[in-house]
Design a protein around this ligand. Structure first.
Ligand code: HMG
Ligand code: MG
Length: 297
């Protein structure tokens, strides 16, 4: 099995969408500039959702227009519907991500639409993206539990992931939105999805609410996944997922990966320094243990 793991850095989007205090547009642009120098190949830049639903990212167009897009790095953005796609395309976005869930209640709370309704919303986005040569990633949220429904049926995770893949998403990110998963359950979920969608088209996305994210990632690596979402300094959470805490910290994931002999192409000290810079801008300490440890050495 290939030993290269691609980290999808979601800090500028998932990391900042839930911040209580406003983050300056210039700081978002500076964050992406710094991340672009660390060896990351995918940096989710922002989100073209309704600014009423997520005011923290209302400056998506300014952020995207303000970043220097370096060759070899993809800068995808979230879009919930055609309106978001239009806004993204107006500033030259070349890759988008659509998002739905395996829990009907969560999806309604997050996007005011049922699961099938959201898939129907994505159909024209995917059609237009194909014609425009725009790549589309797909997210399935609440794959290991829902803040409103509790247990989520594995069959529903598989169904939704397969639907996104069949619609043309090149990669499906399986999200433990509220961080309730544990390793064996995470691995079994990935195994079930991989029976229907090729492993090479799957990514995992863990939040660290109960401190299980790294263990879950390790289990999923053993199962064969080679794309991992993470947010520098462990920032983030979904504003419509009650109780959700930060994403797993990218620095901690890279430390794990290098420690088990996998390659990422990422300069860990540089990434950790960016995490500490971001945390300082947000007025706190980095949420990455690796980031703290490297600062002390
Ligand atoms: P809605 O209110 O049902 O939308 O929201 P609507 O189509 O009825 O439109 C209502 C208003 O919103 C209209 O404005 C539209 O123009 C505007 P008005 O005429 O009233 O002034 N509008 C928009 N404006 C800008 N950009 C747009 C857009 N769309 C409509 N794209 C909608 C439906 C999906 C838009 C809304 O629910 C929404 O934006 N939700 C986003 C919630 C969100 O971003 N959540 C966090 C991301 S998901 C996540 O974090 C999980 C993930 O990390 C994985 C994991 O951890 O599991 C990905
Ligand atoms: Mg998330």
């Amino acid at each position: 099995m290939d030993d290269f793991v691609r980290i999808v850095e979601v800090g500028p989007r998932d990391g900042l969408q839930n911040e209580a205090q406003p983050v300056a547009t210039a700081d978002k642009i500076e964050l992406i500039r710094q991340l672009s120098l660390t060896g990351l190949r995918t940096i989710e830049a922002t989100s073209f959702v309704s600014p009423r639903w997520v005011p923290q990212l209302a400056d998506a167009a300014e952020v995207y227009a303000g970043i220097e897009r370096r060759p070899g790095i993809a800068y995808p953005v979230l879009v919930p519907n055609e309106q978001g796609y239009d806004r993204a395309r107006a500033v030259g976005v070349a890759e988008v991500a659509v998002f739905t869930a395996a829990s009907e209640t969560f999806n309604r709370t997050n996007t005011n639409a049922g699961i099938d309704e959201s898939l129907a919303r994505f159909a024209p986005v995917l059609e237009r993206a194909k014609a425009d040569g725009v790549k589309v990633r797909g997210y399935v949220s609440t794959v290991l539990g829902c803040p409103y429904q509790g247990e989520v049926a594995l069959g529903e995770v598989v169904r939704v992931a397969r639907a996104l893949h069949e619609m043309g998403c090149y990669e499906i990110s399986l999200g433990d939105t509220i961080g309730v998963g544990t390793p064996r359950k995470a691995r079994a979920m990935l195994h079930a999805v991989a029976a229907e969608v090729p492993m090479a088209a799957l990514a995992v996305h863990f939040h660290d609410t109960y401190g299980q994210a790294l263990a879950n990632i390790d289990a999923c690596l053993e199962e064969g996944v080679r794309v991992v979402d993470a947010a520098v300094s462990g920032a983030g959470g979904c504003p419509y997922a009650k109780g959700a805490s930060g994403n797993v910290a990218s620095e901690d994931v890279v430390y794990l990966l290098h420690g088990i002999g996998m390659r990422t192409g990422i300069d860990l000290p540089a990434l950790a320094a960016t995490g500490r810079w971001l945390a300082a801008r947000l007025g706190r300490q980095t949420g990455s243990k690796t980031g703290k440890a490297l600062a002390a050495t």
